[in-house]
Design a protein around this ligand. Structure first.
Ligand SMILES: [Zn+2]
Length: 388
C-alpha cells in the first residue's frame, strides 16, 4: 500500500515521511482516527515506506521486493494483531494468528480500509464481541523476540487497540516501552478513551482526522465516473461524514439495489406474461452466473418486493429505502400478489435463499422457481380479476 492510495491525509503523510527522513522514527506509535478515516491504511503505507528499498518523491516505490510483498499484505516481517472471537472454524482459544488468511483476504477486499463490522461478518462470530486476547499479546512478545527475516524493520500493527483486554495490555507494556532495535509497533485505534492510559502514554500519538467532504466527493467522482455525478457525490459526502468505508458501502448497496430492482422487475414481467421463453431463459442464465452472495441478495430483494407489495395493497407505508420508480413498481405489481399466492411466493423465494446457501445448482434452481412463479402469478391474476 503506497501513500498515494491513501485518501487525503496529506498533512499526516508529510509528518510521517519527515520523521523517517530526519531519522527520528518513534518505535511505538498510536494512529488514532475515527472509523473510515484511513488510520489503518496509513499505518500500512507508513510501514511499507519505512522498509522500501527505493523511496522516492515522498512515497514507497511499489515495485521493489519489499513493496511487492507489502502490497499483498504478506511480508514475513509484517505482523497483524486484530480482534477475533470463536467461530465454526476456531471453537476455542481464538487469536489473530489463527485467522491470518481471512485477515489478508479482508485487507485485499477492502484495499486496506478494514471495517470492523465487515470483519466480524467475515469471521462469522455472530453477536460476540471482537477481542484482542492475552494469547495475542504473548504472540506479539514472541514475534518481537525474533530477528527480522529480511526487512530492515520488523513491523507489528495492532488494529483496534481499544479491543485489547486489560491483561493483554499489561503484557505488552514492556514491549511498547522498550521495543527491540529495528522494530516498529503501530497501534491503530478509533476510541482513545477506551485504551488504558499506561498504553497511551507509551506511544507517540498520530492523529488522523476525518476525511474532508471535498476529498470524499473528489474520490467518488474519480472512482465511479459512470454511476455517480456531482450532486449524488455531494449528498453522499454529507451523509457519511468523512467515513470512506461507509461511502463505499452505500455506493455498493445502491448499485446492487438498482440491479436487483431492474432485474427482478424484468423477471416478474417475463413470468407474468409467459411466452417469451427465449428471453426468460437468457435471464435465468444471467442469474445463474451471478455468484452466491449476489444471488442471495437478489432473492432477498425479491422477498422485500413481495413484502412491500402486500403493504401497498393494505395502503401501508413502505419502509424500504426505495426510489420513486421502485415505489411505483410496488404499486403496479401489488394487486397480483394477494391471498391466492403471496404466501407461496414468499416461501418459494425464502427456500431458494436456503438452497443457494447450500450450493444448489443455480440453473435448475432459477428455472424451477420461474415455472412455479408463472403458475402462482396466473392464480394471482385470476384472484385480482374476481376481486374487482
Ligand atoms: Zn519499494
Amino acid at each position: 500500500m503506497q501513500f498515494s492510495f491513501v485518501i487525503g491525509q496529506e498533512a499526516v503523510k508529510e509528518k510521517l515521511i519527515a520523521s523517517v527522513n530526519e531519522k527520528r522514527l518513534a518505535h511505538t506509535q498510536l494512529f488514532l482516527g475515527p472509523e473510515g478515516s484511513g488510520a489503518l491504511p496509513l499505518a500500512i503505507a507508513f510501514a511499507q515506506y519505512v522498509n522500501c528499498h527505493n523511496k522516492k518523491d515522498g512515497d514507497s516505490c511499489g515495485t521493489c521486493p519489499s513493496c511487492i510483498k507489502y502490497q499483498k499484505f504478506a511480508h514475513p516481517d509484517l505482523h497483524f494483531i486484530f480482534p477475533t472471537n470463536t467461530n465454526d472454524k476456531v471453537k476455542k482459544d481464538p487469536k489473530s494468528l489463527l485467522f491470518t488468511e481471512e485477515w489478508r483476504e479482508h485487507l485485499n477486499e477492502t484495499q486496506g480500509y478494514a471495517d470492523q463490522n465487515q470483519w466480524y461478518e467475515k469471521l462469522a462470530i455472530g453477536n460476540k464481541q471482537g477481542t484482542i486476547y492475552t494469547r495475542d499479546a504473548d504472540d506479539v512478545v514472541k514475534i518481537l523476540g525474533l530477528k527480522p527475516y529480511e526487512a530492515e524493520y520488523k513491523v507489528v500493527i495492532i488494529y483496534l487497540a481499544e479491543k485489547l483486554m486489560d491483561q493483554a495490555s499489561n503484557k505488552l507494556l514492556k514491549s511498547l516501552e522498550e521495543p527491540p532495535d529495528k522494530t516498529l509497533i503501530i497501534l491503530v485505534a478509533e476510541r482513545y478513551e477506551m485504551i488504558i492510559p499506561t498504553i497511551r502514554s507509551r506511544a507517540q500519538l498520530v492523529k488522523v482526522p476525518r476525511i474532508p467532504d471535498e476529498k470524499i466527493i473528489q474520490v467518488l467522482l474519480k472512482r465511479f465516473p459512470d454511476s455517480i455525478d456531482e450532486s449524488k457525490a455531494e449528498d453522499l459526502a454529507a451523509l457519511v461524514q468523512g467515513n470512506w468505508n461507509m461511502a463505499l458501502n452505500v455506493v455498493e448497496f445502491s448499485g446492487e439495489n438498482e440491479y436487483n430492482f431492474i432485474t427482478f422487475r424484468e423477471w416478474m414481467r417475463l413470468c407474468f406474461k409467459p411466452g417469451d421463453y427465449f428471453k426468460l431463459n437468457t435471464l435465468i442464465q444471467e442469474l445463474s452466473r451471478l455468484g452466491r452472495e449476489k444471488q442471495k441478495s437478489f432473492l432477498t430483494y425479491g422477498l422485500n418486493v413481495i413484502h412491500s407489495a402486500l403493504l401497498v395493497n393494505q395502503k401501508l407505508e413502505v419502509k424500504l429505502i426505495a426510489g420513486a420508480e421502485e415505489k411505483e413498481y410496488f404499486k403496479n405489481f401489488g394487486p397480483f400478489v394477494n391471498n391466492a399466492n403471496s404466501k407461496e411466493i414468499y416461501a418459494l423465494l425464502n427456500d431458494a435463499v436456503f438452497h443457494v446457501e447450500r450450493n444448489a445448482n443455480p440453473g435448475i434452481l432459477f428455472t424451477h422457481l420461474s415455472f412455479r412463479i408463472i403458475d402462482l402469478l396466473k392464480r394471482g391474476r385470476v384472484f385480482a380479476a374476481n376481486a374487482k
